[in-house]
Ligand binder design. Structure first.
Ligand code: PLP
Length: 424
């Protein structure tokens, strides 16, 4: 019953240090966000104590009346938010949502088309070492070398040649919107199911600022912690006819007891995602990414051999192309880290450097938009990034100046001020 700081000072001090890191730096990892206090409060609630195998009204444990209310709220809110016929809110993560969806739709050995990891796909879309690559016969599709957009002609040719059971559309590193209608047409032409993994852009869809895959796909999976801004977790949306199969693929197929504290936090996040405040935040997210792309396409940056993949963005992230820069992805990531901006290096398609080094950066705006950034601040942070990456050698003096600009922005937009102080 002792508070964390007294019972376990080692963990408490690392948690405090992480809070300080999040508050004092600028978070631009495209898959991250800051969950609202109400979401974190729900995750830290007594619901963590409850076993509830099964589904609302059909549990294998007693005492589930309140978690039934909560899980049903989460289901009703997420189906309304995305206009879906059915939802399973139990997947512990995005990877598990994908595993369960594939488990429902496929048998081991079945053929699947997915975007190549090296071209922006996710591990669970068929990477060799992932369950998806081991269980299924995955044929990767790619972006075109000429414009780095997904090559729908190749998707069609591969579908006709390999007759997949499932086509997976979705990405972890791609700065453009997908043509869901074209994916549907190709899937129909070979009798395949279509699954869209909207983990990255779900918040934009919820806000009505990105086309929705729901009318086109048989199954739509997502995480709840990226642009959606909720707790870490996954969701599967589907047509009503697939709901039973999906439910039994999640439990008992893939998981045991659901995390009802996380499901409750998902319900809170879905309520938030239906608000005007959320929509306005997603607008700033998109505008911020466009401002960043614009700055990184300017002549002074181009002279340093740096550009932006596909020449811009239609989503919440920008992919920086360092193939012609003396800086590789790792050096660029480290340099931004040293001035207080967190991003991740990312292989670009047709990358000449090895994956651990890479020739790209993935930079996203969702977390800073949640923090309150608007045009003015995104222009400032875009310029800080440009000035950090341009010089072949960044002097200590230059780095100090850039660090000072970052600190000023961070201080102007306090994060979780309620959590500061010894009482927290
Ligand atoms: N799907 C996509 C497209 C992703 O980008 C990610 C995470 O990066 C996932 C699924 C997996 O989500 P999680 O990390 O919650 O397992």
């Amino acid at each position: 019953s002792r508070p964390l700081a007294l019972f376990d000072p080692e963990v408490a001090s690392a948690v405090d240090a992480e809070l300080e890191r999040q508050q004092s730096t600028l978070e631009m990892i495209a898959s991250e966000n800051f969950a609202p206090l109400a979401v974190m409060q729900t995750q830290g609630s007594v619901l963590t104590n409850k076993y509830a195998e099964g589904y609302p009204g059909k549990r294998y444990y007693g005492g589930c009346e309140h978690v039934d209310t909560i899980e049903q709220l989460a289901i009703d809110r997420v189906t309304a938010l995305f206009g879906a016929e059915a939802a399973n809110v139990q997947p512990h993560s995005g990877a598990q949502a994908n595993a369960a969806a594939m488990f429902a739709l496929l048998q081991p050995g079945d053929t699947v088309l997915g975007l190549d990891l090296a071209h922006g796909g996710h591990l669970t879309h068929g990477m060799r070492l992932n369950y998806s690559g081991k269980l299924y016969n995955v044929i990767p599709y790619h972006v075109r070398e000429s414009d780095l957009r997904i090559d729908m002609d190749e998707v069609e040719q591969l579908a006709l040649a390999h007759r997949p059971k499932l086509i997976v559309a979705g990405w972890s590193a791609y700065p453009r919107q997908l043509d869901f209608a074209a994916f549907r047409r190709i899937a129909d032409s070979v009798g395949a199911r279509l699954m869209v993994d909207m983990a990255h852009f779900a918040g934009l869809v919820a806000a009505g600022l990105h086309p929705s895959p729901v009318p086109y796909a048989d199954v739509v999976t997502t995480t709840t912690h990226k642009t959606l801004g909720g707790p870490r977790g996954g969701v599967i949306l589907s047509r009503a006819e697939l709901a039973k199969k999906i439910n039994s693929a999640v439990f008992p197929g893939q998981q045991g007891g659901p995390l009802e504290h996380v499901i409750a936090a998902k319900a809170v996040a879905f309520k938030m995602a239906a608000s005007e405040e959320f929509r306005e935040r997603q607008q700033r997210t998109l505008k911020g990414a466009k401002i960043l792309a614009g700055r990184l396409l300017a002549d002074d940056v181009a002279e340093a051999g740096i550009t932006v993949l596909t020449g811009g963005t239609e989503v919440h992230l920008v992919l920086v192309d360092l193939r012609n820069s003396p800086l590789d992805g790792r050096q660029a990531e480290d340099r931004l880290h040293a001035v207080g901006i967190t991003v991740n290096r990312n292989a670009v398609p047709f990358d000449p450097r090895p994956p651990m080094v890479s020739s790209g950066l993935r930079i996203g705006t969702p977390a800073l938009a949640t923090r309150g950034f608007g045009d003015v601040e995104f222009r400032e942070v875009a310029d800080i990034i440009a000035q950090t990456l341009k010089p072949e050698h960044l002097s200590g003096e230059q780095a100090d100046l850039l660090r000072g600009r970052v600190a000023k922005l961070a201080a102007a937009f306090p994060l979780y001020p309620q959590l500061n102080g010894p009482a927290a």
